[in-house]
Design a protein around this ligand. Structure first.
Ligand code: CUA
Length: 290
């Protein structure tokens, strides 16, 4: 596409330059003031060439490139994932092991992953530029894309379809690991949440369950079973919060829990009217969810 567009761009530029150089001379170069040549040029450059080029590019991209980058049939992939777009974060589900996470997609390297892309609200677009093309997340539809990482590493992903106020802060990370460490990660994520250690974290857990937090977030093994916001069972194991907007440190987590709107204006998470001591306890609890 770049080569074809480059040729057309340079050709157009050439014609413009010829026109400018001959600006004092009436009529067309080579053809003079022939009416037939005028009509012929409009038909050739305005209709025939664009139609031919667009049809050829459509055939190449649709039949060849799309076929090459489509998700392979489900029985040829080795791991299934469901990723659900939400305003403005990513829900990540591993249906075979029941693990639910957010914003950080762990995958084994050298493995064909079948990603089912869905949305909980508006249209989003799931895109990890280094691993494959984009796939739109469309209400009521399950779209599929393959992820395959040739080497372990962290690959940034980004929502690629404008989806509202915080579209630009709807990023995620794919962490591709050697198979053995991926299996260890999956096993640790499938456990229920760590028990709070210490009086402060225990108080934090109570506050979490008494307040609105538990209505939106799930922490496996506790009464918190909300599904509107990200699953927090192993929150502290993730590197960032708020879809890669800030690092997951106690300081940033504290800022986020206290006043999410100051970090991500328009985010669906409300600020709660709690005392400093209460916020402190909640953060201590969340920070222990390894
Ligand atoms: Cu989600 Cu843009």
């Amino acid at each position: 596409m770049l080569v074809v567009a480059g040729i057309i761009f340079l050709g157009t530029l050439g014609l413009l330059i010829i026109g400018w150089l001959r600006r004092g001379t009436p009529g067309l170069p080579f053809f003079g003031q022939s009416e037939r040549a005028n009509v012929g040029l409009v038909i050739a450059f305005g209709m025939a060439i664009p139609a031919t080029v667009l049809i050829a590019l459509f055939i190449v991209s649709d039949l060849y490139v799309m076929g090459q980058t489509d998700a392979p049939p489900a029985d040829q992939t080795e791991l299934k994932l469901t990723v659900v777009g939400h305003q403005w974060w990513w829900e990540v589900r591993y249906p075979e092991s029941g693990v639910v996470s957010a914003d950080e997609i762990h995958i084994p390297a050298h493995t064909s992953i079948d990603v089912v892309a869905r949305t909980a609200d508006v249209i989003h677009s799931f895109w990890v530029p280094e691993l494959n093309r984009k796939i739109d997340m469309i209400p009521g539809q399950n779209n599929r894309i393959e992820l395959y990482a040739e080497r372990p590493g962290a690959y940034r992903g980004q929502c690629a379809e404008f989806c509202g106020l915080q579209h630009a802060h709807m990023a995620f990370q794919v962490v591709a690991e050697p198979k053995a460490s991926f299996e260890r990660w999956l096993e640790s994520q499938s456990r229920p949440a760590a028990e709070p250690t210490g009086a402060l974290a225990e108080r934090g857990m109570e506050l979490f369950d008494e307040n609105a937090c538990a209505g939106c977030h799930t922490i496996a093994g506790t009464p918190a079973e909300g599904t509107i916001g990200p699953n927090l069972t192993h929150l502290a194991s993730r590197g960032t919060i708020a879809a890669l907007t800030v690092a997951n440190t106690p300081h940033e987590l504290g800022r986020w829990v206290r006043d999410p709107q100051s970090i991500k204006p328009g985010a669906k998470m409300p600020g709660l009217a709690l005392t400093d001591a209460d916020f402190h306890a909640i953060v201590a609890y969340l920070d222990g969810l390894r």
